[in-house]
Design a protein around this ligand. Structure first.
Ligand code: PFF
Length: 438
């Protein structure tokens, strides 16, 4: 069967950007920035995105586009043997756990959205949380059920622009508050003394997460990019949108935080417990709150869609040549059920009653996060750069770039210098930093 491709350049950019723009931009980026010195972190982050994120996004796109396959098939086709299969297998397992975890937080977004409209005390219970994750999962699966063009592409062409407009509206609302200017100066004032090695490593890790690097999503989406489309400029536009949304989220959140005299260093609870309290005291707070959580839901659900698609596409590719290949719908049911099970277990582990899901003082929810972000993702990212930098014929990259950049050989030399000599070491440093060994 002919594989689906995105129908236009705009569709490809919107679909991938809406997968990249997610909780990482609106939930994680603001609190990371708050904890890592404000404007200084922002500048370091932008440098990381350009020097590190962009070349890696191009790499994953080229892997997908040149092989026309999702994660598993891409490695096999480019390697010409089975020796690298452990990377895609590990990727799919990791993505399954990350999606389960992501669905829990997406469920919280749905919950706060719901509470901002009607007062549903029961939603705060364990059952309420599970129902919200289920709603998020079912919506994501509904989008994927319709396929790459009618589902992912069509929806992101509608929702990505809505998300941008909502952010602008929110920014205007919070900038009208007294004292909002302090929030903006926290975000944009640059103080070099705040840059430490930790700031740099945190910014690098955040850049990975926010751009969806190392999770197979970009390889999968790369395989849907039409043959004639330039992957380098496509990646540059997606990186630009992702960074813009993160900065805009900062502009919507910090002015409110400062206007109410709250410290910006609140950590992960910034969006889920500090903001509801602020909205409660703000003039027109209920409307702002509905808008904000709706925005968060869109961002989170479209990212959950892109994570699930990695699994569905891999199941389809894996069985493509078998007598009974797995169809999109069947693959979606298997992948969705596995992720939902993980997400329910993660939510259950957050209650002290379920001791069987708590190990060494940490819940299953914590363990999934720790193991995937600190160990599995760095191994996969390392596998990807070593594989593409050292084991894939340079012709693959040359053929993708030559029609657009002709004989500008120096860009290729810089690229290969980075991917062969700099990125493996940097990835190791990020991993050691997140484990706490640096
Ligand atoms: N980039 C997404 C975010 O910023 O929330 C998270 C994510 C989605 C990572 C999809 C990886 C992925 F495959």
């Amino acid at each position: 069967m002919e594989k689906e491709k995105f129908t236009s350049r705009f569709g490809a950019i919107m679909a991938t950007a809406s997968g990249a723009v997610g909780l990482g931009n609106i939930w994680k980026f603001p609190y990371m920035l708050g904890q890592n010195g404000g404007g200084a972190f922002l500048l370091v982050y932008i440098v990381c995105v350009i020097c590190f994120g962009l070349p890696l996004m191009i790499t994953e796109f080229v892997m997908g586009k040149s092989s026309g396959q999702s994660v598993r098939g891409a490695y096999q086709t480019l390697a010409g043997n089975n020796r690298w299969n452990f990377v895609p297998i590990l990727t799919c397992l990791t993505v399954m756990f990350i999606t389960g975890f992501y669905l829990v937080i997406t469920g919280w977004c749905v919950k706060y959205f719901w509470i901002s409209i009607v007062d549903g005390a029961w939603l705060q219970s364990m059952g309420g949380n599970i129902v919200c994750s289920l709603v998020a999962a079912l919506i994501s699966m509904g989008v994927l059920w319709m396929g790459v063009n009618k589902g992912i592409e069509r929806l992101s062409k509608i929702f990505m622009p809505i998300l941008l407009v909502l952010l602008v509206v929110l920014i205007v609302c919070v900038l009208l508050l007294d004292g909002a200017g302090k929030g903006l100066s926290f975000l944009f004032a640059f103080d070099a003394s705040k840059i430490t090695s930790r700031t740099v490593l945190n910014a690098l890790g955040q850049c990975f997460y926010s751009l969806s690097i190392g999770m197979g999503a970009l390889i999968t989406f790369g395989s849907y990019i039409p043959k004639k489309q330039n992957v380098a400029s496509t990646a540059a536009e997606i990186v630009g949108i992702d960074t813009l949304v993160a900065i805009m989220a900062g502009c919507a959140i910090f002015p409110a935080v400062f206007a109410f005299g709250i410290s910006p260093e609140q950590g992960p609870q910034l969006v889920f417990s500090v903001l509801p309290a602020i909205f409660g005291q703000m003039p027109g707070g209920q409307i702002v709150s509905v808008l904000f959580y709706f925005l968060l839901c869109i961002a989170a659900i479209t990212s959950a869609v892109s994570l699930l698609e990695v699994l569905v596409a891999s199941l389809m590719d894996l069985t493509e040549k078998r007598p009974r290949p797995i169809s999109r719908h069947k693959g979606l049911i298997y992948a969705g059920a596995a992720c939902l099970l993980i997400s329910v277990l993660c939510t259950l582990s957050l209650s002290a009653d379920n001791k069987w899901l708590i190990l060494g003082g940490k819940t299953l929810f914590d363990w999934v996060d720790i193991i995937t972000s600190n160990f599995l993702l760095p191994i996969i990212a390392l596998g990807t750069v070593v594989f593409f930098g050292w084991f894939v014929d340079k012709k693959v990259m040359h053929e993708e770039m030559a029609p657009y950049y002709g004989k500008q050989k120096w860009t290729m030399n810089v690229y290969y210098f980075l991917i062969r000599w700099c990125f493996p070491g940097l990835i190791l440093l990020i991993a050691l930093n997140s484990i706490g060994l640096l």
